[in-house]
Design a protein. Sequence first.
Length: 127
Amino acid sequence: MDDLSVDWSTAQVNPERDALRLRVALDGEPDSFWKNAFAEIREGEQSLLAGQDWWIDSPSNKFLTVGGIGEDDDIPAIRRRLDEVVADANEGARKARLEWEDKKRADAEKDAQLEAAAEDLQRRFRL
């Protein structure tokens, strides 16, 4: 899967209670590896954003939302941080996919070894 990025041309800002909410699309559909990596980053975000009024919600389909934005917030900083989180999720997803492929390969090798051992034992029992 290719890396995802924020498609800033899709940005929509809507009022919500006492603040504003940004909704922006990713340029592709995130897979489960990406969503898991994003969730891990988002959990760590709570401490990184201490003192900020805005937060990043979990992705919904190919959309990300940032809630709690105020008119006086540093918009370039919010854009930068969202781009960074997406890039970090790309990296985490890439690593998780590689680990999963390595595990699949190791499991296949183990299965092949067991199959060979079973065939050998079967041959020996039939003698």
